[in-house]
Structure formats: C-alpha cells, structure tokens
Design a protein around this ligand. Structure first.
Ligand SMILES: [Zn+2]
Length: 183
C-alpha cells in the first residue's frame, strides 16, 4: 500500500486569525478541511507541523516578533482543522518541519516515501520543509491551492524556486483527489 503522510503546516491561530477574512485564506481552510477528510478515510498519516516558540531562546522571534508561543492559544491549530486525539503534532522552533524535530524518524518508522505539503506559508515554512524533504529523498506533492505565499500571494514563484532544487510535483487538490482514487 502506498501510504502517504499529509503535512499540515502552521494552520495556527496566530497565522490565520489576522487574515481570516481574506478570501484566499478562507479557501485554503476549506481545501485543507477536505484534504483531511479524504486522508482520514484513506488512513494516510496526518501530521500537524506547528510552530511552537520559546521566548528568549528562538532567534526567529527577534526578526519576526513574538508568534506561536508554546502553550498559548496562538500556537494551536485553528478550530476548523482541529487534530483528532490520535493524530500527530510536531512542534517546531524553526521554519522547517525537519529542523530539530523527530519528523524524519516518524516518517521512516511508518515506511513513508510520499509526503503531501499544505498550510502556511508557501514561501517560508513550506519551502524550507520541502528543501529538507528533498535532501531526505521524499517524493513531494505540493498542493498549490492549499497554501499561499506570505510575501506576494504567488505560490507559482515558490514552486519555480523549489523546482530548481529538486523534483516537486505540484497540483491542485482536485487533481490530487483524482490521482488518488485508484490507489
Ligand atoms: Zn515561527
């Protein structure tokens, strides 16, 4: 069986709340909700990859200001995409989900070669996570209508940059669902 891991990156109150009226963000939430539903049905491995920072230790906060502080509501996944009790949550303190976390160990233990990435933001945490995933030889599907850039809303630019580094399979959620049907 070709089991996949779905990485849902930083769909946290601190990232979503300020932009929750934004049409693009609302659409991303709707799409990820659908993705989660389908993935749970297929028993794929859903992993929430969440910023969880510590003040005074994490250098990133100096540049970006305080956000997603460990233990606060801001560092929790938004209600609409709430993880089930048995689903995995990885707490990261840098942009990449692989930096100083056990994400790679979890993927290896579960025999996973294919990862699906979505969430916020394409040009920062998704990009850094994809670069590390390429280094570790994972096949990556980048769901371009389940994410957006922080800086310019153009996910295509991020995909272009990633494709210079390695093989990234970009598709929309509907294409992914279709390609998944017969597996
Ligand atoms: Zn952060």
């Amino acid at each position: 069986m070709n089991r996949k891991a779905i990485l849902i990156i930083d769909m946290l109150n601190d990232f979503v709340q300020p932009k929750k009226k934004d049409k693009i963000i609302r659409n991303i939430i709707k799409n990820i909700k659908k993705l989660i539903y389908i993935s749970r049905e297929k028993k794929d491995l859903i992993i929430y990859v969440n910023d969880s920072h510590i003040i005074g230790e994490d250098k990133e906060l100096l540049e970006w200001g305080n956000h997603a502080i460990k233990g606060t509501k801001g560092a929790k996944v938004i209600k609409k995409l709430k993880p089930l009790k048995n689903e995995l949550i990885i707490e990261k303190r840098e942009f990449s989900g692989f930096s100083r976390t056990n994400l790679n160990d979890i993927l290896i233990r579960n025999n996973i070669n294919n990862i699906i990435v979505c969430g916020l933001f394409a040009d920062i945490c998704l990009k850094k996570t994809c670069i590390d995933a390429l280094k570790n030889n994972y096949n990556i599907i980048f769901l371009k209508d389940c994410t957006t850039n922080y800086h310019d809303n153009s996910v295509e630019n991020t995909i272009k940059e990633l494709k210079k580094i390695g093989q990234i399979n970009d598709m929309e959620l509907n294409e992914y669902v279709e390609s998944n049907k017969n597996e």
